[in-house]
Each structure stands twice: as structure tokens, then as C-alpha cells.
Design a protein around this ligand. Sequence first.
Ligand code: ZN
Ligand code: CU
Length: 496
Amino acid sequence: MLICDTLIRNARVLDGSGRDAEVLDVAVHEGRIVDVGRSLAASSPMQIDAKGLVLAPGFIDTHTHDDTSVIETPGMLPKLSQGVTTVIVGNCGISAAPVRLGRKLPDPMSLLGKPEYFRYPTFASYVDAIGSVRPAVNVAALVGHTALRNNHMDRLDRAATSAEIDAMRADLQEALDAGALGLSTGLAYASANAASTAEVEALAMMLHAAGAVYTTHMRTETEGVLDAMQEAFAIGRAAGAPVVISHLKCAGIDNWGRSGEVLKALDMARALQAVSCDCYPYAAGSSTLDLKQVDPRVEITITGCAAHPEFTGQSLASIAEAWGVSQLEAARRLQPAGAIYHSIDEGDMRRILAHPATMIGSDGLPYDIHPHPRLWGTFPRVLGRYSREEKLFSLPQAVHRMTGMPAQRFGLVDRGLIRRGLAADLVLFDPETVMDTATFADPIRPAKGISHVWVNGVLSYTTGGATGRRAGHFLPRQKAGSHHSTTPQAEVTPSA
Ligand code: ZN
Ligand code: CU
């Protein structure tokens, strides 16, 4: 008889591959799944009867800005309470490492927290910090192009010189050697917009040898979105690296209804090269307050503002009215601030979310006072609202987009599936009740229906809240095939 430290009986197991549920027992010992099967001959001091509940691999949040929050607020309740067991940090060109701050924090690196939170001059020092803090969730990290520009350029409103590119390449190599997943860019932001395609390519060229990925917050998500997609694909082809388009959307009212074109471009590229995307399940975006995105037709809410904290949670329209100025002028006076932009069409968002190449990424901003509800709600919302209620895709397919698919795409080869030998990141949830409760009006609220969350085999969250045991690891990039498991992670063709 198998003795194990946790035994979950009679769960409806969704293994993360996209396959239908099967009622099975899962045995966990010392951080690993040690057996999966019907009526296992096993015993354990911690046995859970999971009848009626779904057991899935812990969710992987593919798109986060939790770079410093995993260290500053290691309990990570916004994510753990959704069943997330791994966060991928370093998106949109901004990362906490490797960073040497010789200046004021450039926008949008401020999304990652205060200047004093940036204390990782090398990627290896960030890996060490994760190891000593032990956040409640696992952390895997991209290197931000804007962070590299910050390290080596006197000003960010120009393209890098070849000497600066060489210096950035050295930083990137150090990070890849220390386990970074790849390179991210945020070419839409002023701090990276002047970078040429060639500058990005010169960095991306290093990814292939490392088996690493290229992710991008594209140069634009509005009128020029198709050109921006072509730029991303071209960089991926030149580099021989898989491309992940971050938070794919058609932003701005004049751009609504174009998701068909955008997805057609994605599909044409997918026929030629490795391309995918992530998406959050809301018809509103959030970032720093950007004057270029101020449009009186778009509802904009302030998520935080150092100069005028009293306006947090209020609409830009009401602030402009109170001041008797235009919204653009109000936005100028509020700088620097954070904002939510209701500038996405729900139909477009659903079409992109439902696309078979789409992974789930919250893009949550952990330091906003009045955050976008995606920070606390993304994963249960996909499961409850968009799969169960709206039937955009089946539950096995919804779980696959949060588990097996991202694990495979990012090279996290011992995560994302429920298989013997893999890491025991697991979430048990009620498929009938799982749902987000965070709203735009009341955004800091844990989801319903998440019953148990294990991170590396350690029970970290239950319906009673966090258990206080933090068991997250830094997850280095692993090349496909480097894992000893006899069950290779073949990409599963989705059925929905
Ligand atoms: Zn972004
Ligand atoms: Cu982002």
C-alpha cells in the first residue's frame, strides 16, 4: 500500500490536456504527484473526499506584473485565491531584474512598485530573492526589453546604438543562463517605442539557442494592430523563437469589430511559425494613465494617483467636470496615475478569448489602490462566466488554456498536467459555483468556489482562506524533453 502525504479521492480530474474529466484518486508525496488512478490502494494522514469537485493542475497566470509583489507581499492572495499556483512575471517590457536604477523609474516600470523595490541588478540575484522569500506561488520570469534599455541608455526616446545593444545582450544572456523564460517588449510605451525592429531582433536572436520565447505588448493595439502583429511575427521568425502576443485585443472605439481580421492574421502566422497569445476576460484594459488613450467616448477610471489620492476610483469625466476642464487637461494634471480604460468591445474580447491559441493571463496590477477586477477575478471568471454560463468553450478546454497549454508554451515541463511524477500544483474547485466576485466598483474580492489549492504539494489555500504555508519556487526555463517523466507533454489539439 502506498503511503503518501495527501490523498484526494473521487475527484473529477481535468488533467490539463483538454481531455474530459475522469473520476480518479490523486496521491501526492513530497511535492510530487506520485499516483493517479481509480480507487488507489493508498493511505494518507490527509485524505480529502472530493466527490463532485473538479481537480485541475494549478493555474498558470501567463501574464502578470507580480515581479516585486511576490517578494513584497509573498502571501499572493489575489492569485492564490483564484487557484493560481504559478505567475509569469516580466511582461510588457518591464521586469524587476536585471535592473540598475540610475534614474527616476521610467514609465511604465512604475507599475511594478516603488523604486526601492528594484534591488536585483542581476537576474541571478532575483532568483535568489525568490528562493529566500518563498512566495505562496511559483514564479517564472521574462526579461523586459524596457528594463534593459533603462540599464544601458541615457534616454529612452531614441533607438539604441550598437554598443548599447551589445550591453543589453550581455544582460539578457546572464538572465537566460539563470533561467529566464525569454524576452518581453512593451513597444507601445514611450520608453520603448523608439526602438527599431532591428534593435529588438538583435536581442531576440539570443532566444533560439536557449529555447526561450518572445512575448510582446505590441507597438500598437489600435488602427495599426495588423502591422504591429506582422512586426512581432517577423521578429519571431528572424530569431527562431516562439511568439506570444500579450493581451491581444482591438483597442479603441474606432477599432471595434476587427477581432475577425486580427485572428485571421494570427491563424495565418500560426501556419508558418509558433505563435500564440494571452487574453484577460474583460472589456476594459488598465495601465498607467496615458494621454494618448484619453477619449471622451471611453469611460476611464483612476486606479491610483499620488498627487490626488482623493480621486482614486473616480471617473476621469467626473474629475474633469469638478475641475471645469477637458478630460485631456484633467489627465495631464493627474500625472502620474493609473487608469482603467473601457475601450474594448465585449464581442471582440469573447472572440479572442475563445480562439484555440489563446492562453489566460490576468495582466493584474498588484499595487493599484482601486485595481482592475482582473487582478482578483480572471481565472474564476473564465471558468464560471465564460465557460459554464456563456459556453464559450468547454470546462476541459478552459482549464487547458490555464494549465497544459501555457506550461507547454513556456517550457515549464513538469507543470500544467496531472500526471504521475509531475509537480503537485493542484486546485480543487466546485464547477457549479466557481465565479469571480470582484467588480469594477468593488475590485478587491476573492472568488467563490475555490475549495483547496496546493503549491508543490503544500496545502496553501482553502475556503477558510490562506493557510499561511508558502511553498512557491522559482521555476527556471526547462527545454522540452529535459524532464525525466516518461509522459512527454505533447501539444493536445483542442476539441472545442
Ligand atoms: Zn501590456
Ligand atoms: Cu501587461
